[in-house]
Design a protein around this ligand. Structure first.
Ligand SMILES: Nc1ncnc2c1ncn2[C@@H]1O[C@H](COP(=O)(O)OP(=O)(O)OP(=O)(O)O)[C@@H](O)[C@H]1O
Ligand SMILES: [Mg+2]
Length: 382
């Protein structure tokens, strides 16, 4: 028996990006958004992510989401979950903070996380393996924040404390002593950082299992993908895995040791050098560091394996399949990988696919999918 799904039954936008008004009834299975460039396809997926995450992956300034010349935008989704259906809405205004509601009752942004869980695969994700560590941390943060409200809380508090600590460090910059003034922040930093790091380590371990399995199947067992969490205090040498992560006290001790080791450099540079803001995840294919050695095709297969592992992870954590958003990436995948992706999600994951060119999509898929045409900020069933 397959697990229940999270389903968007209706999506309503007002003055969101280039849309004046949209009222859409998507299929619970595959939806294809078809349209030429710059018509609003990605904007539509962005609205779903905005609802799910409470912020846009494309901009930190919510005001950018408001249609040019307007003052207020809104996005709303009727979301069907395992045991409830509700309306999730965000109203964005150019001159006031956004307001999030669930069935018209106000919600704090972090309480909205998890109501509409999503996994997204955007063209930028194709650089996940070779790009900078921030992209890999972001993947973990988005995933874990949706799966576990406590994670989001720790992460938000962690970043707040880190900002305070950086202000203090800036004031101390260039001095050879003064580290004791950081101590009040250090203790608080640890309290928030350790749960974040423990959760990341466990998540990478689980993602690695699922991604490794999928990757093995996609390469017919010819290649082996490993993912390894690299906490900021790990050296370049192979990280001793797992044991420490069972024991938060041991993680805190490693963090403390790193704080002592880095204190002089932190004072010299006036910025925090210790902490999960410097974590990374290593991708290893057949024992070699994929960041350096993977071919284009290998990177793609690895990213796709991770995306499928994310779906698995959220389903296992929340008990429901998340919504999948595929922005223009199917044409970037060869038929074998594309087939793998679509077969995996078929029938039990609500999927939104945008594309300017339907050709790579099989006839069978197009027949089964609900197809919408996106043209100059309008969406109509095809
Ligand atoms: N706040 C806004 N108000 C009005 N229009 C906007 C706003 N923000 C972005 N746009 C416009 O929305 C248009 C469509 O953007 P979108 O990224 O969704 O295109 P797309 O259909 O995904 O195109 P592509 O196939 O090239 O990816 C852009 O041309 C942009 O100028
Ligand atoms: Mg686009």
């Amino acid at each position: 028996m397959t697990a229940p799904q999270t389903i968007i039954q209706r999506l309503i936008l007002h003055d969101f990006r280039n849309y004046r008004h949209v009222d859409l009834e998507p299929s619970p299975a595959v939806n294809v958004l078809l349209g030429r460039n710059a018509q609003g396809k990605t904007n539509l997926l962005e609205s779903v992510l905005f609802l799910g995450l409470g912020k846009s992956p494309r901009t930190g300034r919510d005001g950018e989401l408001v249609r040019w010349g307007c003052r207020v935008a809104s996005a709303a989704a009727l979301v069907k979950k395992r045991d409830s259906t509700g309306k999730l809405q965000i109203v964005v205004s150019v001159d006031a903070p956004k307001r999030i509601t669930w069935n018209d009752g106000p919600l704090r942004p972090r309480d909205a996380l998890g109501l509409l869980t999503t996994v997204s695969f955007f063209p930028d994700d194709l650089y996940l393996v070779k790009g900078g560590p921030a992209q890999r941390r972001r993947l973990l943060d988005v995933l874990l924040s949706q799966a576990d409200a406590k994670y989001a809380r720790h992460l938000i508090r962690y970043h707040r404390i880190l900002r305070h600590r950086n202000v203090q460090l800036k004031a101390l910059q260039g001095r050879s002593r003064g580290g004791e003034l950081l101590e009040v922040w250090n203790q608080q930093l640890l309290e928030e950082a350790v749960p974040v790091m423990v959760a990341r380590a466990r998540a990478v371990h689980r993602l690695a299992e699922a991604a490794g399995r999928v990757h093995g199947a996609m390469t017919e067992g010819r290649e082996r993908l490993q993912l390894v969490y690299k906490p900021f205090f790990a050296g370049d040498e192979e990280q001793e895995p797992d044991a420490a992560w069972q024991d938060p006290g041991a993680v805190a001790a490693l963090f403390r040791a790193a704080l002592e080791r880095l204190e002089r450099d932190e004072l010299r540079r006036g910025v925090s050098l210790a902490g999960p803001q410097r974590d990374d995840v290593r991708f290893i294919i057949d024992g070699a560091d994929a960041r350096t050695y993977a071919s284009q095709g290998q990177q793609r297969t690895a990213v796709l394996a991770v995306k499928l592992a994310e779906l698995d992870f959220l389903q296992a954590e929340t008990g429901e399949h998340p919504v999948l958003l595929l922005d223009d990436v199917l044409s970037e995948l060869d038929p074998v990988r594309r087939g793998f992706l679509l077969e995996t999600v078929a029938d039990h994951v609500q999927t939104f696919i945008t594309t300017a060119n339907p050709e790579p999509l099989s006839e069978r898929l197009m027949k089964a999918a609900r197809v919408f045409r996106v043209h100059q900020g309008t969406v109509t069933p095809a």
